[in-house]
Design a protein around this ligand. Sequence first.
Ligand SMILES: [Ca+2]
Length: 290
Amino acid sequence: MSSPKVEGPAPHSQHFGGVAVCLGVLCVLLVSAILPLCVYFSTALSEHNIHLVRELEQLTDEHISLLAANQDLMNLYCKLSVANHILQSDYINVSTENQQLKAERMNLSRDRDGLNWTLGVIFQLKNFPVDNYCPYEDANTKDRVCKPCQVGWVLFQSSCYLFLHIKVPFGHLWRTWQGSRQHCKNNNADLVDIGSQEEQEFILNNTQAYYDEDHGYWIGLTDIAEDGQWLWVDGRNQNLTDGFWKIQPVWGRDCALTNPNNAPLANWNAAPCGQRNRWICESKALIWSG
Ligand SMILES: [Ca+2]
């Protein structure tokens, strides 16, 4: 009889055992490799997370600060808007006041110029006829109101005129050129000086033909000092080709008169200075506003 034969492990079982051991070793190796990595990454993630939390806290703080700053800026903007509105209102008020002050300044300048004019007129007078220029407005209160011209005189531009056809209707009161001039001087005036077409036309509108066509109204123009040299009473030269002559003056006729019988702009005649005529006085207006 044969004894039972003891058999060793089967070849494929030995093979699996080896594989299992290898796998086990491999697992151990893997675990030993992964574990540090897990620890590492876990630590890293934790640190990163902490860092992010801090950044978040900083950003939150900054956000709160920015919100506060924004609120401050909004408040400041509101205050500045109110201040701007007030300034605009003030600017409009100041501009209006400025316009009013400019207007007042213009009025004051005009008043000053007018007063200087009046003073200049008064200073030229030997005696100021206050009753003629500034009659009582109210006899009870004795308040005076000054007028540009004396009573009976006519204002035109910056002058006053006295046409003597009113006060001397009769021939025996007509005067020579010198006598007429003296009458004007006695009234703080002089014979009229005609310096413009407007003045010439004004003169003609206030005179009238009388007696005959040789008679007119003496004006302040003569060549009595030097024949042919026609001068106004203020010494100003009058060219024979200018002015409003009807015809060229001839020798022996040394004083000029304006003649209502002639055309308005071909109007002046020369006449003997001793001829008696009506006359026209002119003086500066006492009040003149320019
Ligand atoms: Ca004049």
